[in-house]
Ligand binder design. Structure first.
Ligand code: ADP
Length: 460
């Protein structure tokens, strides 16, 4: 019998399911299928591809309840967060069904005369997609939808912790009319060898990766051997800035979304709160009140607002960061109660965090909000930029000019202004510095899966 691996429920540690454990050979068979399917998928009229993508959207909505349950089961996020993820994930199919038909190109005279220039876009080829566990549906559809819209075929390796949602999506795509071989999902416990084999295979022309900066660097180095086209969505360390004249109730509402959605396990999650001294006490008190009121528990109970973190290792890492901050002088200003079973870490607010505390330098990836006071804008911006990351940031201010001035100075690919959420399939998602290369969503998302081609035509 073929090897399998276990998938666990993070809320209880119980076994959920067994999944075939893809070998390097299985991974290369997936490339065979994707490579064989590529010419006819790429040649299909873009309208026909768009209509299949639109059906994927419709079927995701039809199966929203089932997909929500799967995400809750294998990822552990709250029922409401899982439900929003399904809708967000489905939206990539609707958005890219609309983008698929927007052929982009140019036709013009060469300035010297005697020639015409034609510019078109062509699908890059077979794409390897590598996704993390924190958004089991959305990270997959954010890559699959633009790849298919562009005319690429794909091999997808979901995170080992959350393969069930990706497998369910693959069935749904088949039902929507995606031809055999266009999307090939390969769950595996052997990510390093499987992905290395893909990157070494001449038929694989594209890598789209979402995950840690650490793994991203390894994959960029491997991709360099064959100069593979790469889109990388890597780690973040988002600052959340509150100015003296901000609406504090709104800032707390935004903070609850930016920090505690999905238990803080998002690369866009607010990681450091820089709050002006004039409003530090009131912001901290109101945030503590909101956090203390959170209902924490297994997400099969739909009234719970925060579920477990993904596994014991993640929980222990968060605990180490919080213990370190406390040892360096931070105070636990609020902390929720958690169930005894499962991999829970209590939603926590830390006040009086030292400027150089490790928790401000590392992506926490958990429900912990460290708060630092500020009074000098330039010094606060320098602190906010004192990180290798540059994915998301949030700014709350009473005056749009002030918010934009601060936002423009913060080195981040995306800034939420008086909003605790930046993700939108119709807007370009991505980071600067070591948070990544390229953008997903928007019109740019499809461009990542296309090559520009030029034809110079004699015109005498
Ligand atoms: P996270 O911290 O979110 O788990 P990772 O970067 O470890 O982020 O994982 C993101 C994805 O990268 C997952 O699908 C994981 O299996 C895969 N992955 C992890 N290590 C490697 C590696 N050395 N080579 C290729 N893929 C990897």
């Amino acid at each position: 019998m073929a090897a399998t691996f276990d998938v666990f429920d993070p809320a209880s540690g119980a076994l959920l399911d067994k999944v075939p454990d893809g070998s390097v050979q299985d991974a290369l068979h997936a490339v065979d299928a994707a490579y064989t399917a590529f010419p006819s998928w790429a040649a299909m009229a873009s309208r026909a591809r768009a209509e299949i993508l639109r059906r994927c959207y419709d079927l995701m909505l039809r199966d929203a309840a089932k997909l929500t349950r799967l995400i809750v089961a294998e990822n552990g996020k709250s029922f409401a967060d899982a439900r929003s993820e399904v809708l967000y994930a489905a939206e990539f199919f609707r958005w890219f069904s609309e983008e698929a038909v927007r052929a982009d190109g140019a036709y013009g005279d060469a300035p010297t005369g005697g020639a015409k220039t034609l510019v078109t876009k062509a699908p890059v080829g077979v794409a390897a997609l590598i996704t993390p566990w924190n958004f089991p549906a959305a990270m997959a559809t954010r890559k699959i939808a633009p790849a298919l819209a562009a005319g690429c075929t794909v091999v997808l390796k979901p995170a080992e912790e959350t393969p069930l949602t990706a497998l369910a999506l693959a069935d749904l795509l088949t039902e929507a009319g995606v031809p055999a071989g266009v999307v090939n999902v390969v769950p595996t416990t052997n990510a390093p060898e499987v992905v290395a084999a893909w990157l070494a295979d001449d038929r694989v022309r594209k890598l789209s990766f979402t995950g840690s900066t650490q793994v991203g660097r390894i994959l960029l180095a491997q991709a360099a051997n064959r100069v593979v086209n790469c889109s990388m969505e890597l780690g973040g360390n988002a600052p959340f800035v509150v100015s003296a004249d901000a609406d504090i109730d709104e800032a707390v509402k935004g903070a609850m979304i930016a920090k505690y959605r999905g238990g803080g396990q998002a690369c866009t999650a607010a990681n450091r709160f820089y709050v002006h001294q004039d409003v530090l006490d009131s912001f901290t008190q109101k945030l503590c009140a909101a956090v203390s009121a959170l209902k924490v528990g297994p997400s099969c109970d739909q009234t719970n607002e925060i579920g477990p973190v993904i596994n014991a290792k993640a929980r222990d890492r968060i605990a180490r960061l919080v213990d370190g901050a406390v040892a360096e002088g931070a105070r636990i200003a609020a902390q929720c109660k958690i169930p005894n079973d499962g991999w829970f870490y209590p939603p926590t607010v830390l006040s009086g965090v030292a400027d150089d505390a490790q928790i401000l330098n590392e992506e926490i990836f958990g429900p912990v909000a460290p708060i630092v006071g500020w009074s000098d804008e330039e010094a606060m911006i320098a602190a906010a930029n004192n990180t290798e990351f540059g994915l998301a940031a949030y700014v709350y201010s009473g005056r749009m000019q002030d918010a934009l001035r601060i936002a423009e100075k913060i080195e981040a690919g995306m800034v939420g202004i008086n909003r605790g959420i930046v993700s939108d399939p119709a807007a370009p998602f991505g980071g600067v510095k070591q948070s990544g290369i390229g953008r997903e969503g928007a019109n740019e998302g499809i461009r990542e899966f296309q090559e520009t081609r030029m034809f110079s035509v004699d015109w005498k």
